[in-house]
Structures are given as structure tokens and as C-alpha cells.
Design a binder for this molecule. Sequence first.
Ligand SMILES: C[S@@+](CC[C@H](N)C(=O)[O-])C[C@H]1O[C@@H](n2cnc3c(N)ncnc32)[C@H](O)[C@@H]1O
Length: 245
Amino acid sequence: MTRPSPETISSPLPAPEEKHDYVETMFDAIAPRYDLLNSVLSLRLDSRWRREAARQAELEAGDQVLDVCTGTGDFACELTRWVGPSGAVIGTDFSKEMLRWGEPKLPKYPNVRLQWADTQALPFPDAHFAAVTVAFGIRNVADIQRGLAEMARVTQPGGRVVILEFNRPTNPLVAWGYGLYQKLMPIIGGIISGRRSAYAYLPASIDAFHSREALAKLMEEAGMHSVKITDLNFGTVVIHRGIKK
Ligand SMILES: C[S@@+](CC[C@H](N)C(=O)[O-])C[C@H]1O[C@@H](n2cnc3c(N)ncnc32)[C@H](O)[C@@H]1O
């Protein structure tokens, strides 16, 4: 049977029951060019956004942290700066190719480990980590509520859950400019990665994603409280930080 992929589906968004396999196949395919495209499409601002999200995890030296949907591991590597040599960061993802392209970064970050895992069924005990993070990943998880519940489950009570994600700007002028930029994404993404359809998925998935308030509510339903929302980059990138009950 053919797995759903950007090449076998005409709409930029897969049907809900196909999303899991579609997303895995898509990230396996774009993995070789993923880091380059991130830098180009964000004008190299992505590392600054990850740094601010890491700061909001309020980590201490020696903490154990989990970064889900870690892809090529950039956020996991950023987090190690905050936990020091006595801490540890595990980065998990279900795309074997994304993890493979992250491996060469690890010699510089000895306390990061990359591991295959589905965010919807994390292979870790309850209340294990001081913080659990996700950067530009939760939007791609097929069952977002289940992913959030798993992230909350493995976080210690009082620990932080930090979500860095694209969202829709609320200022109408910024929204207009962002709309133009979204039209360019598939063209630039297509030229650099050779997978235009994958980069048509990106703006479509941002448009279809939960509002800031709806995501905060889902986090509360998943077992977090005091959810704080921080807009970055004129509201096109948003951090949600919740505390595990
Ligand atoms: C846009 S990338 C983000 C990668 C990285 N966190 C970053 O900041 O660049 C989204 C990642 O989510 C992963 N992903 C989506 N659904 C997943 C799931 N259910 N379980 C594990 N990984 C998943 C994809 O494989 C992909 O690597």
C-alpha cells in the first residue's frame, strides 16, 4: 500500500487519519535540507526564538529535559547550554532521517541524546523530567491533545512545558505581509528542497492550527496551569509556557 505523502495527496493538508504517516514521510524526505531551509525561511531568527523558549523553561544545572519532535536536534542542543555538563537532554522524533541528520551535531553536545519515539506514546515514566519542550513540532502531531497529554505526563509536578510554534499574527498589517510571505514559502522551499508540496503544507498547517487561546486551553486540559503566552516576531511565532499540576 502507498503511504500518504506530499506527492500522493493533492491538497496541502492530509486527511486527519493520514496525517501521522504523511508527516513522517514528509520529514524523512526534507531532512537533508531542513536546517538550511529553516535558516533561509526565518532569516536566521530561528535560533533566537529557540533561545527565548529555552529561557522560559527556567532550567537549572543538572536538570533532565525532554525535547519532543526534536527533528535535527537544534532545540535539544540549545537546551544543554542551560542545564550544564551535569544535566542531560533527550531529543525524540519519529522521523529516522531527521534524527540521522542531527547526529553529526552531537560530538559538540555530549549531554544530548537523540532517540526515536512517537510524541503520542512517549517511552518514559510519569513525572520524570524537569521540563518538556517542543519547537515547531506540536502542530505536526496527528493527535495534538494526546501529544500534549504525554508531554504533561512525563513532566514533574511544578515542571515546565514549553511550546514554541508558528501562529497567525493578530495585527492586520502584519497579517497582510505574512500572507504574502506564506505564498513565497512553497516557492523558496521548493527550489531549495526540491519538495514544493512539503513547503505548501507549512503555511496551510499554520493556518489550520489552533489559536493562541485554544492551544492554552488544550494545555490546561492536558494537565498544565498558569499558561503564559509570549508573542515573538510580530506574533508570527508564539511561546506557550505551562506548569505541570
Ligand atoms: C518542523 S520539525 C521541528 C524540528 C525541531 N524541533 C526544530 O525546532 O527545528 C517537526 C518535527 O516533528 C516531528 N513529528 C511530528 N509528529 C511527530 C510524532 N507524532 N512523534 C514524533 N515526532 C513527530 C517531525 O518528524 C519533525 O521532525
